[in-house]
Every structure is written in C-alpha cells, then in structure tokens.
Ligand binder design. Structure first.
Ligand code: PBG
Length: 352
C-alpha cells in the first residue's frame, strides 16, 4: 500500500489494524461531533448568585476578582439586567447584613423591611418575570456566624432554628420570592418550611433545598463576601469554629442519599448538591435516585480557583469554565448556580 500524501517522512507504512470499532470515526468532524454530543448547556440552566449591600457603590470582593457586593439599587439592577440580556433569568440573592443588625438569633432574617426583603421587592417590581431565589439560613444575620442558633455550650439548636427558618422563608415569600432555598442543613426544615408556606397561602412558592451540602473549605470566599464565617463568642459562650455538626462530612456518599430521601418526602421541589465539581459523584447519585430536578452549586472557592489560574495565565478561562459547567451537567444537574453565569452565557453565545 502507498503512503497517503502529507504523512511525515519516516512514518512506517503499515497494514490497517483489524478493528471493527474505531471510536475516532465518530470524532472526525466538527459537524459530526456536534450532531452526537450527549450533553448540552444553555443560559437557561444557569442561576446567578448576587451579593448585595446597603450602600450605593459596588464593592469588589478581594477573594473573588470580578465579583462585587452590588450597590443598592443601581449596581444590582444593572447586573441583573445584563444577565438577562444574555439569557440568564434566574438569580439567588445574598444580602450583606450590617454588623450592628446581627444578633445571636438573627431576627434580621425575617425583618419585613430587611435588605433581603427589599431586594426581592425591587427585583420583582423591576423584572416581573425574573425567577428570584433566596437563601434560607441564619448565618448572614447571626453575630455567631452559624446557620442555626448557638446555645451557650456550643450546641447548634435544631428545632428552635427551624422555627426561625420558617419565619424567614415566609417573610421572603411575602416579599415576592419565587423559590426559597434552605442552605442550613437542619433536620426537618424542608417539611416545616413547606407547611409554613402553605399555611400562609404560598402554595406556589417552590423550595430548592440544599440537600447534600458538605462542610467544605470551598466556601471561604463567600464567607469573606458576607463576613459570615463563625466568630468567637463573648465570655462564657462556646462557638464551634466550623459547621461540621450540620453540614455533611466530605467523605460520605451514602449519607447524601439519606438526605435526598428525606428532602423528597418532606416536599422539596429541587435538590441541590454543593459544592459542584468536587462532588460530581454526588450529583450523579441524586440524579439516579430521584425524578426531581437536580441543581449543583459551583461555589465561591471553585470560582476563585479558576479565576486565580486564569489571571496568572495558567488556564484558558473560557474553555476551563465551560468545561467545568458542562461536567456538572453531564453528572446530572439540570441547574447550576455559578458566579460565572454572565460570562458563561456570553461565551455560549459566541462572544468573548
Ligand atoms: C449560607 C450559605 C453559604 C453558601 C451558600 N449559602 C455559606 C456556608 O454555608 O458557610 C456558600 C456559597 C459559596 O461558597 O459560593 N448558609
């Protein structure tokens, strides 16, 4: 047989291997690759998390270059309008509570005129068809920096906390929230919130529960953004330095299934896994064990890693980010919460 033109000098001339299956045949052209591509992602799958504070200017977050605590109201409205222009029509809001409004029990969480509630109203008034998601947990409102109420001996109280989370969820629903997202990992909170919402007539407000939320180091930049990390308590009070008595152990797999069964039985509408990329196996586990939509949270630390490498010139940001998001879709998530939502949507549209 004669060598084909263009083959480099010195390449041996060989008989074809006897291969009935050559997977590379299915990769030979861009058109064909696209035709058989198994996983797709679109801006409609993305939810943009927004940090908002009670001041006019946007304030950069040092550990999340490119992400700001948005000013009320122009910074916030501009950012959301821009996201919508790229097809991202879902946001989850994270208000930064001024330190002087934080208390041990976090009552600011259900202040009808709190920053969260005002932000929900502003967004729904400005963009009636925007899907507004909220976070339900006490940590941004707690002077102790925990998602639940801390007893003086350091125990995080479960049932007492759930009572407060119900008030928080109802007050967010009253302000116009479309989806409330309990991120606290207290036991029984999904069912209690569902009942509290229904009792107040909010049968159409959805719950996206953080079903499998791990005690992860990847939340660091988020806690910087909201100054919400656990803080040492006053004399005589013990404040646990981490969230390991309520968030899951990163080594545990089957435990996620237990949480998923409970959340489903309690009436959640969407199940979330958090963080995203380090927990692709957990996304797949839930996908294969529920008919509910599954969400993944590409968290602040994941954003920071990609951004840092991109700023150093060590990664192609566009390619690396789109691959990360696609991987979470491939693992089985319908929705992805990501600080890259705007950039990713822009890149998907072919813009740079
Ligand atoms: C609050 C909450 C956290 C995140 C979302 N909701 C922080 C935490 O649990 O400590 C983290 C999001 C991120 O890191 O991007 N309970």
């Amino acid at each position: 047989s004669r060598q084909k033109p263009g083959v480099p000098e010195g390449t041996p001339v060989v008989q074809p291997l006897d291969l009935p299956s050559r997977p590379r045949r299915n990769r030979r052209s861009a058109a064909f690759r696209q035709a058989i591509s198994e996983t797709h992602i679109s801006p409609a799958n993305l939810i943009l998390p927004v940090f908002v504070h009670d001041g006019e200017r946007n304030i950069p977050i040092e550990s999340m270059p490119g992400v700001d605590r948005l000013g009320w109201r122009h910074g916030l409205l501009d950012s959301v309008a821009e996201a919508r222009s790229y097809g991202v029509n879902s946001v989850v809001i994270f208000p930064k509570t001024p330190e002087h409004l934080k208390t041990e029990t976090g009552e600011e969480a259900f202040n009808p005129d709190g920053l969260a509630q005002r932000t929900i109203r502003l967004l729904k008034d400005s963009f009636p068809d925007l899907e507004v998601y909220t976070d339900v947990a006490l940590d941004p409102y707690s002077s102790d920096g925990h998602d639940g109420i801390v007893r003086d001996d350091g125990v995080i109280l479960n049932d007492e906390t759930v009572e407060f989370l119900c008030r928080q969820a109802v007050s967010q629903a009253r302000a116009g929230a479309d989806v409330v997202s309990p991120s606290d990992m207290m036991d029984g909170r999904v069912g209690a919130i569902r009942r509290a919402l229904d009792r107040e007539g909010f049968t159409n407000v959805s719950i996206m529960s953080y079903t499998a939320k791990y005690a992860s180091a990847y939340y660091g930049p988020f806690r910087d953004a909201l100054a919400s990390a656990p803080k040492p308590g006053a004399e005589g009070r013990i404040i646990p330095p981490n969230k390991k008595t309520y968030q899951q152990d990163p080594g545990n797999y089957r435990e996620a299934l237990r949480e998923a069964r409970l959340d489903e039985a309690e009436g959640t509408d969407i199940m979330m896994v958090k963080p995203g990329m380090p927990y692709l196996d957990i996304i797949r586990l839930l996908r294969d064990n529920t008919t509910l939509p599954v969400a993944a949270y590409h968290v602040s630390g994941e954003y920071a890693m990609l951004k840092a490498a991109a700023l150093k010139g060590w990664l192609d940001e566009r390619e690396a980010v789109l691959e990360a998001l696609l991987s979470m879709r491939r693992a089985g998530s319908d929705l992805i919460l990501t600080y890259y939502a705007k950039d990713a949507a822009k890149w998907m549209a072919g813009e740079h």
